[in-house]
Design a protein around this ligand. Structure first.
Ligand code: NAD
Length: 287
């Protein structure tokens, strides 16, 4: 890679970042397209968030991806937010538009784009979404903005319940044509009924990743049917227990790794206007 006196910097901010594959992914794309850009990961604790955003301005960086714990903390330091980022109060991509810092959240686009790559559009669809955390919120707002008819969110009735209800109300306000509800994940009758009526069943809980890798929120396999699309946000492992069982029951499945790559591709498109070679990156970094 050629670094010169004109090279433009981009980066990842958050903590920890040492394990991140983002530098390899974006630098490969810069090289592929001949962009005089370089991407580094910066370990930024929560209390340094403001200084990190100021550095984007000072160093004339093209932008930065944002990971935990900085996703909400960057917001007061930005100039503009997209409606999706505003509704879920979380930013994972900052683009420097000639000194104006715009906060985006590409997780939801990553989800819908991954579905699209598998021949599924969310417009007009009924979705059952397991989980109400960060990933679930991003999926809900994007699917609602893209015209999903109904999103039934199921979460454990835990200490986050009121906060999730409030966020879902904000999303419903942002995309009023979509019917959004929140129900208890332990209400198995309501869940069974909702899955029987839906087109897409999506896991956005941590179930499926360590230490829950041998678990699935769906324990009755008769709830799966061949015309149901089943998706997971968990990307390690890419083939979760839920996806394996759904696939065995004849469902079309979309994995969390596809979503992860597509959210990165969306950020790359925002930075450069170019299309990331998603399959090439998947092979290069994850096989
Ligand atoms: P979060 O902490 O904001 O939310 C976690 C969710 O999981 C909550 O709804 C919580 O109630 C639920 N949950 C946790 N343990 C549970 C259990 N034992 N049973 C039932 N529900 C349980 O986390 P997040 O940021 O939303 O991340 C959730 C998952 O999504 C993680 O595995 C993360 O790696 C993944 N993720 C993937 C992508 C992607 O691009 N593929 C993007 C963001 C997050």
């Amino acid at each position: 890679m050629h670094i010169s006196g004109t090279t433009t910097l981009l980066g990842l901010i958050g903590s920890p970042v040492e394990h991140s594959k983002s530098p390899a992914m974006y630098n490969h794309c810069f090289q592929t397209f001949g962009l005089d850009w370089a991407y580094l990961a910066f370990n930024i604790p929560l209390e340094k968030t403001g200084e990190a955003v100021q550095a984007i301005r000072t160093l004339h960086m093209r932008g930065a991806n944002v990971t935990m714990p900085c996703k909400s903390a960057v917001i007061p330091y930005l100039d503009k937010l997209t409606p999706a980022a505003q509704a879920i109060h979380a930013v994972n991509t900052i683009v420097n538009e000639d000194g104006v810092l715009v906060g985006h959240n590409t997780d939801g686009c990553g989800y819908t784009q991954n579905l699209r790559r598998n021949g599924v559009e969310v417009k007009g669809k009924k979705i059952v979404l397991l989980g109400g955390g960060g990933a679930a919120s991003a999926i809900t707002v994007q699917a609602a903005l893209e015209g999903a008819a109904e999103i039934a969110v199921f979460n454990l009735r835990d200490s986050f319940w009121a906060q999730i209800q409030q966020r879902m109300d904000t999303i419903a306000h942002t995309a009023p044509d979509c019917k959004i509800s929140l129900q208890d994940l332990n209400d198995r009758d309501a869940l069974k009924d909702a899955i029987a009526r839906c087109d897409i069943l999506s896991n956005a809980t941590r179930v499926g990743m360590a230490p829950y890798e041998d678990q699935s929120n769906i324990t009755d396999l008769s709830w799966y049917r061949p015309d149901l699309v089943v998706t997971d946000v968990v990307y390690a492992p890419p083939a979760t227990k839920m996806l394996r069982e759904a696939q065995a029951a004849g469902c079309k499945t979309c994995d969390g790794l596809g979503m992860l790559l597509c959210q990165g591709a969306e950020a790359f498109r925002l930075y450069s206007g170019l299309e990331m070679p998603v399959e090439e990156i998947r092979t290069l970094l994850y096989s």
